[in-house]
Design a protein around this ligand. Structure first.
Ligand code: GLA
Ligand code: GLA
Length: 739
């Protein structure tokens, strides 16, 4: 059974005589799955060792009778009061040494052995009980791991574990002293036992110690999740394991956590109370989904998709008619294979009485119910068809938890925000309907025409080498301010001028810089003046060409943006944070120079995105506005869902298909003829400046095959002069694949 639409359901908040009505209403609207029991530990284990699965069995059975499957949450984000009374040390301790007591949720220390033992016993029992229940298809471990209070738990148990983690990492205390730069302010340690978590200190913390603490806290969360994942894997071979992520939340490295899961799930509230109001801009939501897809490079589920006003003590705004659907479809367009709405019915109890669901407090189906019902009816056939298809972007953006940690510790500028900065660079691509993958610094980048690596602040030889190889083989790379500043221990690198390890590929040196504190700067690009902020790198050219210059400061006239040819590729360097207008103008050129093209043109508030599978492509056109909009598509597309072609009603989505398999075959033959007909010099031009995107990509691919065949990493100086015609010939003779 394919699962595409569901709800988060808390039957334990309501009397049993309501269950039948709920389930019937769900069935009538096309709900196929519910998530249950996410926080219900007390209901399932009311006293130590006494389990009560009866109520959960009954609701699962009732749902199954109506054709609805279940995903079970492990309720470990809500340890019950009896457990806390018996073992108060389970409660976490913050950096002020204050205990965070029972009364909300997530009041648990994740290293505490007693707590882990309770979890082990409960999850063992729980997973065995439901392992072979055909109505239960999978598990969600805990809830939004890592989202507790501001810092991670710093109790004695976590202190011990942190020391152990450091011992394993550094072995010798002298190594730790070196890595943390403890010569500063007499911070040297004689033994690991002297080290504490970053508890409230008098003044100034050690950034190297803080970075290791954040790494440790992330590893601890992954280990905490693993305890449960291992038990469920062993007991429940036929059921999946997932976890509900929170987009770019940076308390646990989601790439690492993802290794435990079958697929990633995500929670999003575009108009939620913690988001920007009136809601998170569409390009930011798009970036969130692209990141979520990137954590496992795989389709994902939305485990909590906004279905009404969000609110705890105060409320967000009401989603307008059609908005909930448009938001849900956007998640699908970026790679979601299932949408689970939070929540079924607006809760009448506890903290979340104002976090609204599909049904209101009264439980009567209304506007939102009808909207989601019609969404499910229209989209179910499409969802079935596109299952497993993925966006295949030509552009990628590097996203790193380590960079996020390091820039949280020392933002360099008071308003510099790692994710906010990424969003700024994402926007010009989004505005042109250019899709983006989020990748890690050490990933293979060769499939992308353009890679943007913002704020590449921490640098290692391995990362530098990855970028160098990518560019050397024809990649287009964008780097910017604060690149290459620190080593992996969060200590400033001193061997070279900035951008340190990357100076050769950038063709620049930055002996000085200026923090644009409390003032906006200006830059000139193609005779227009734009605003810039936060930072000014005072660049000396060492082979690169200047593209834009400062129109402010004592460095007025000196380059702020440069481009450098390196190997077969190019590197742009942006020595500031550009305003949206500046980045828009700049990326207009960077994208065309890199041969990255969009799917079509659309006005503001209309998104075009594509998923593909086996040579078949589906295009989603979504209108997020309350006005009619029109758009243009590049290439031939056939509408399969929508009203009037290329004219969108407010919040309408249209879906198009394009069966390009056959077209690609034809292109392949004509590309072969064209490439074989060129001289080596002409081929080189195609490779370096070629405007023909397909030819250029084909040629890059041929070169990659060539390198692979000869077991090489990159072209060296001599080989750059190799006869490209020879390589193309070898490729088409089948030399590289034994054709
Ligand atoms: C004060 C202190 C120095 C140094 C500087 C800069 O002047 O005396 O030790 O810390 O501030 O922070
Ligand atoms: C998160 C949680 C849910 C719920 C919502 C609303 O996404 O996962 O349990 O608390 O927020 O606050």
């Amino acid at each position: 059974m394919d699962i595409h639409f569901g709800v988060d359901y808390y039957p334990e908040h309501w009397s049993r005589d309501r269950w039948e009505t709920d389930v019937r209403l769900m069935e009538e609207m096309g709900i196929q799955v519910v998530r249950l029991a996410e926080f219900s530990w007390h209901k399932l284990e009311p006293a130590e060792g006494s389990y009560d699965f009866e109520w959960l069995d009954s609701i699962i059975k009732l749902l199954e009778e109506h054709g609805i499957k279940t995903v079970l949450g492990t309720p470990t984000a809500a340890p019950p009061a009896w457990m806390i009374k018996a073992h108060p040390e389970i409660q976490p301790v913050d950096k002020f040494s204050r205990v965070r007591h029972f009364g909300g949720r997530h009041h648990d220390c994740q290293s505490n052995k007693t707590y882990r033992e309770y979890i082990r016993r409960f999850v063992e029992e729980y997973s065995k009980h439901y392992a072979y229940n055909p109505a239960v298809i999978g598990w969600q471990i805990d809830n939004e791991l890592g989202t507790y209070f501001d810092e991670s738990c710093m109790c004695p148990s976590c202190t011990g574990r942190f020391r152990q983690w450091l011992k394993e990492k550094y072995k010798d205390i002298a190594e730790l002293n070196k890595a943390w730069g403890t010569a500063f302010w007499s911070q040297d340690y004689n033994e690991f036992e002297e080290i504490t978590p970053p508890l409230l200190t008098a003044t100034g913390e050690n950034p190297s110690a803080l970075l290791d603490w954040k790494r440790f806290a992330s590893d601890l969360i992954v280990d905490f999740a693993k305890l449960q994942a291992d038990i469920i894997r062993r007991n429940c071979p036929g059921q999946f394991i997932t976890h509900n992520y929170m987009n770019f939340a940076n308390r646990v490295d989601y790439y690492e956590l993802g290794k435990l899961l079958d697929f990633v799930s995500d929670d999003i509230y575009p108009a939620g109370i913690w988001q920007k109001q009136p809601h998170q801009p569409e390009h930011e939501m798009a970036a969130c989904y692209d990141a979520v897809r990137g954590y496992k490079k795989k389709n994902y589920w939305m485990m909590e998709q906004q279905a009404g006003i969000a609110g705890w003590n105060i409320m967000g705004r009401a989603p307008a008619p059609g908005e909930i659907s448009a938001w849900a479809v956007q998640a699908v367009a970026h790679g979601a294979d299932a949408i689970v709405f939070f929540r079924w019915r607006t809760c009448a109890l506890g903290t979340e009485q104002y976090w609204h669901g599909i049904l209101g407090h009264s439980g009567n189906p209304g506007r939102v119910y009808e909207e989601i019902r019609s969404l499910i009816t229209r989209f179910s056939p499409v969802m079935k068809e596109i299952k497993g298809s993925m966006p295949r972007p030509e552009a990628a953006m590097v996203h790193s938890f380590e960079l996020n940690y390091a820039l949280d510790i020392q933002p360099n500028h008071p308003d510099l925000d790692y994710i906010g900065h990424l969003m700024g660079l994402y926007k010009p691509l989004y505005d042109r309907n250019i899709q983006v993958d989020f990748v890690r610094e050490t990933d293979d980048l060769s499939q992308y025409r353009l890679v943007i690596a913002p704020l590449q602040y921490l640098m290692t030889k391995e990362i530098a080498e990855n970028y160098r190889n990518y560019v050397n083989r024809g990649g287009n790379l964008v780097l910017d301010m604060r690149a290459g500043v620190k080593d992996e221990h969060n200590i400033c690198m001193t061997e070279y001028e900035l951008p340190g390890e990357l100076r050769d590929i950038c063709g620049i040196e930055i002996p000085e810089y200026d923090c644009l504190y409390e003032k906006k700067g200006k830059a000139e690009y193609k005779e227009e003046v734009y605003e810039i902020s936060k930072w000014a790198d005072i660049i000396e050219l060492k082979g690169a060409e200047p593209l834009a210059s400062f129109a402010c400061g004592f460095y007025e006239g000196s380059p702020v943006v440069t481009v450098n040819q390196y190997g077969m590729g190019r590197v742009w360097y942006i020595g500031t944070e550009g305003s949206p207008e500046f980045l828009d103008a700049l990326f207009e050129d960077i994208l065309s120079e890199s041969g990255v093209g969009g799917i079509g043109k659309s006005p503001e508030g209309v998104e075009l995105s594509v998923r593909e599978k086996n040579g078949k492509r589906w295009l989603f056109a979504i209108n997020f506005t309350d006005q009619e909009k029109s758009f243009k598509l590049n290439g031939t597309w056939r509408m399969i869902l929508g009203e009037r072609e290329k004219k969108l009603q407010p919040c309408e989505t249209q879906v198009y298909v394009n069966d390009l398999g056959a077209a690609e075959d034809k292109e392949e033959t004509s590309m072969k003829e064209e490439l074989l007909g060129m001289s080596s010099k002409e081929l080189f031009i195609v490779l370096t400046e070629g405007r023909d995107v397909l030819l250029r990509a084909k040629l890059q691919n041929i070169l990659r095959e060539h390198l692979k065949h000869y077991g090489k990493d990159s072209f060296n100086e001599e080989e750059e002069n190799v006869d490209l015609r020879l390589i193309v010939g070898e490729y088409y003779d089948g030399k590289y694949n034994g054709r």
